[in-house]
Design a protein around this ligand. Structure first.
Ligand code: DO4
Ligand code: MG
Length: 273
């Protein structure tokens, strides 16, 4: 079952059938630990809809804060150590330590949805997308769904000094989510692939793949640290880290199209504005 947020309201796709509501608030769903069963029981009260109701998609987010986990894949550790002009051993230590790197990414107004433009900072000359699985978590720390995230990053700014991380990571349109929230209380298989392709003038200039099996940390581990001393009355969204980093010579250009796919969720497409 998938929830899509559109300009007109919510659309749920369940087994090839579509249901629409202009009145159910997204936040009210993310507060429910029993979301999947709740939707199954309440969808008959929604209006029957068609596939074409999926026009004008928005990010699957309401009032939730977006957080990120970092250096959860070896590839991220290696790339960050290489880009760091300040030494970079902090990335190795965070990769090996019990405590994961977890950082605040964005309030909802900095997040874009499918087919909307992401941004690169004007004061950066080395920017990359980070394709990540994001989990959608209730106030009681239960995962109720999954979506695709793009954790846009300025490698030169973070590389100058890790203390610049909030500037490298958080700026207007620095995060994309979508196209849908996959609703399931179940887990996603380790074999699930994350793929990213970047097109420039319609030609692929980067293509990469990883799987969830390459992630070093479990979701339970990441969520338990995030919730240790933070409450989330409307739930929250946690990006679980990138395992795909383009080679060091690569930087995004205005006009590039970023396509990120995760089996079971769909494909998130954004152009760099
Ligand atoms: O250490 C900085 C951020 C790492 C990150 O965003 C990632 O590994 O995905
Ligand atoms: Mg990231």
């Amino acid at each position: 079952m998938k929830i899509f947020q559109t300009a007109k309201g919510l659309v749920v796709e369940d087994d090839g059938r579509y249901f629409f509501s202009a009145t159910v608030p997204f936040d009210s769903l993310i507060r429910r630990d029993d979301l999947e069963q709740h939707l199954k029981a309440s969808l008959p009260e929604w209006s029957a809809a068609e596939r074409n109701s999926l026009a004008d998609l928005r990010a699957p987010i309401g009032s939730q804060e977006v957080w990120g986990a970092g250096v959860t894949y070896y590839r991220s550790r290696v790339a960050r150590m290489a880009e760091s002009t300040a030494g970079g051993d902090c990335y190795d230590r965070a990769y090996e330590a019990d405590r994961p790197e977890i950082f605040f990414k964005a309030m909802p107004h900095r997040v874009v949805g499918p087919n909307q433009e992401v941004a690169i900072r004007k004061d950066s000359n080395w920017s990359v997308p980070e394709p990540e699985l994001a989990v959608i978590i209730t106030p009681n720390a239960r995962i109720v769904g999954y979506t695709i995230a793009n954790d846009m990053s300025s490698r030169d700014i973070e590389g100058q000094n890790p203390l610049y991380l909030p500037q490298a990571k958080t700026y207007d349109r620095s995060c994309a989510l979508g196209p849908a929230m996959l609703v399931t209380a179940g887990t996603m298989a380790d074999s699930t692939e994350i793929k990213m392709e970047i097109l420039r003038a319609e030609k692929a200039v980067f293509s990469g793949t990883t799987t969830l099996a390459a992630r070093k940390r479990t979701l339970d581990e990441l969520i338990s640290y995030l919730f240790r001393q933070c409450s989330f009355p409307d739930g929250c969204i946690l990006m679980t880290g990138t395992g795909i980093v383009p080679e060091d010579s690569f930087t995004l250009h205005h006009g590039d199209e970023i396509q990120i796919s995760i089996a079971g969720i769909g494909k998130l497409v954004n152009r760099v504005g």
